[in-house]
Design a protein around this ligand. Structure first.
Ligand code: 5GP
Length: 206
């Protein structure tokens, strides 16, 4: 993966209010940090600059897929120097399990019509690609002027459908990851970096 190094916990860039490294409150559940806070922020700045250049003169509608993409959306948007609107969708593709079912259900749809809009779909992670494939088909049917994807993470070599991703932050190995919006059993979303979990963390998700 581009620019990836294996890092230890204390390289993650997290500090507690009293300045101690890696006081994340998750009591040793984190295995490896794959993308640090600094790498994430630098990449989002780079993507934001690129989007600003590509969409100059156009109004962009940023659509994030909840819940995972809320952090990417918030940080990315601050690096887009254009007028943007926001909308959100929520879909169910995973429960507490760590493998996709391929079944996508819309739990929350967009608030507004997107016909004629320049839509940029913001995704947290593309794994099998089935969720995104479904969403793109669904959104295309609503006749936006343009429809592109910005995905923070793409798992290498395991997409089950061909997808055209205009902006990709990082390619990562096909392991289950948490942090920066991504959860396991609703936990770990608040970590400011992307990490894998120790096997013990899966034993008791409570
Ligand atoms: P796909 O349909 O591409 O297999 O999966 C897409 C969705 O599954 C993502 O938007 C995300 O919600 C979830 N997902 C896929 N891989 C991971 C992962 O490694 N960690 C977490 N927390 N969620 C994942």
């Amino acid at each position: 993966m581009e620019g990836t190094v294996e890092l230890t916990e204390k390289d993650a860039g997290a500090t507690s209010p009293v300045g101690e490294p890696f006081a994340d409150g998750y009591d040793g559940d984190i295995d490896k940090v794959l993308v640090t806070r600094e790498q994430l922020q630098a990449k989002l700045r780079e993507l934001g600059d690129q989007i600003t250049r590509d969409y100059r003169g156009r109004d962009v509608l940023l659509v994030a897929v909840l819940k995972g993409a809320f952090m990417v959306m918030a940080d990315l948007a601050r690096h887009i120097h254009l007028p943007v609107d926001f909308d959100f969708m929520a879909v169910a593709s995973y429960g507490a399990a760590t493998q996709t079912s391929g079944v996508v259900r819309i739990l929350k749809d967009l608030d507004r019509d997107i016909e004629g809009r320049h839509v940029l779909l913001v995704e947290d992670i593309v794994d099998s690609g089935l969720t995104l494939n479904y969403l793109l088909k669904n959104l295309r049917g609503r006749r936006p002027a343009t429809l592109e994807v910005c995905a923070l993470l793409q798992k290498k070599g395991i997409q089950r459908v061909a997808l055209d991703l205009r902006y990709v932050g990082f390619e990562i190995p096909p392991d289950f990851v948490v942090g920066y919006g991504l959860d396991y059993a609703e936990k770990f979303r608040n970590l400011p970096y992307i990490a894998t979990l120790k096997p013990e963390a899966y034993a008791d998700p409570a």
